[in-house]
Design a protein around this ligand. Structure first.
Ligand code: ADP
Ligand code: MG
Length: 297
């Protein structure tokens, strides 16, 4: 056993409660993840949320959907967010995609303070930086599935007009939807719409993919295929944040966060044998290094 492996093993069942919040952070020593050989550097924060709160106006006064979120997601990470319905998962996604603004706090994505972007800049910036799979798909009903997938390409002009259709079909193939390219969203099932939404999210080959319950409407075989696609995207260097109700799916993701009542209440990092060395650089940021169990031998 290599030195770092024994160190990770020592971390095994420990959990850390940091002094400032009730977040419980655990490091789990697990075997190789399904993603296999993967060496994200984890040196560069891709998404930083600092002191994020969000209050919605309601007749009964403000409703605090997020109560203070501090979160760093590094380039090349695959992170799952779990939590009961109403815990604030979609609200959290809306914060760093710039779809909605926090009441307090700062959002930095790919080194940009997103509050500095005008609405117009935001749309193009988002289109290039992020592929978003919305919980309720948000496909345009008047466009075919292929046209829906081409839409982000038309908005951002990353790909030449002549290559957009072929790229759309290629992406639809990856989610098993090539046969549905010419159909309209209303003519296909929820699961098929979800797959089309995943293809659309990949349209501009964005470095960040954000998916809100991307497997919520899929049978387990298709869900596995989508998860495998996400793993291959992470292996190719993308940063993925996936909201899911599915604890089993979350347990396959290297890092998962649990939201409850607008706070991150639990965080689990599963160190695969392969991913461990680069993660070690990152762990001190995650746990309290003065905690005896975390002393590097
Ligand atoms: P999740 O995605 O975890 O199910 P959401 O982020 O959608 O949770 O919602 C978190 C909480 O904020 C819920 O209690 C929800 O009812 C409330 N909420 C969400 N959007 C609004 C809104 N626009 N106005 C008022 N309350 C909202
Ligand atoms: Mg939601």
């Amino acid at each position: 056993m290599r030195e770092w492996q024994s160190w990770i093993r020592k971390l095994g069942s420990q959990s850390v409660h940091n002094g400032t919040s009730s977040t419980s952070r655990r490091i789990q020593a697990v075997g190789s993840t399904r993603s296999g050989e993967r060496h994200p550097g984890f040196s560069e924060a891709m998404i930083s949320l600092r002191g994020i709160t969000k209050a919605y106006k309601t007749d009964a006064g403000p409703f605090w959907a997020l109560k203070g979120i501090d979160l760093q997601i590094y380039r090349g990470e695959f992170v799952a967010v779990v939590g009961k319905s109403g815990s604030g998962k979609s609200t959290l996604i809306n914060m760093f995609t710039g779809i909605d603004h926090p009441t307090e706090g700062e959002v930095i994505v790919a080194q940009r303070h997103i509050r500095e972007l005008s609405e117009g800049q935001m749309a193009e910036w988002r289109g290039r930086q992020m592929g978003i799979v919305f919980q309720f798909f948000q496909l345009l009903p008047t466009l075919t599935i292929a046209e829906n997938v081409m839409l982000p390409m038309d908005l951002c002009e990353v790909y030449e007009p002549g290559e957009r259709y072929d790229r759309a079909v290629h992406l639809l193939e990856q989610v098993g939807m090539a046969d549905y390219a010419q159909k309209f969203p209303t003519a296909v099932s929820g699961g098929h719409q979800q797959r089309a939404a995943i293809a659309r999210a990949l349209a501009n080959d964005p470095p960040i993919v954000v998916a809100d319950e991307p497997t919520g409407n899929l049978d387990s075989k298709t869900a596995d295929a989508v998860f495998g696609l996400f793993e291959s995207l992470v292996a190719g260097g993308k940063t993925i944040l996936m909201v899911t109700h599915d604890d089993e799916l979350a347990s396959l993701v290297p890092r998962s966060l649990t939201l409850a009542d607008g706070l991150i209440v639990d965080e689990v990092v599963r160190l695969s044998a392969v991913a461990a060395p680069p993660l070690l650089r990152w762990v001190p940021d995650l746990v309290d290094p003065s905690y005896p169990a975390y002393a590097v031998p």
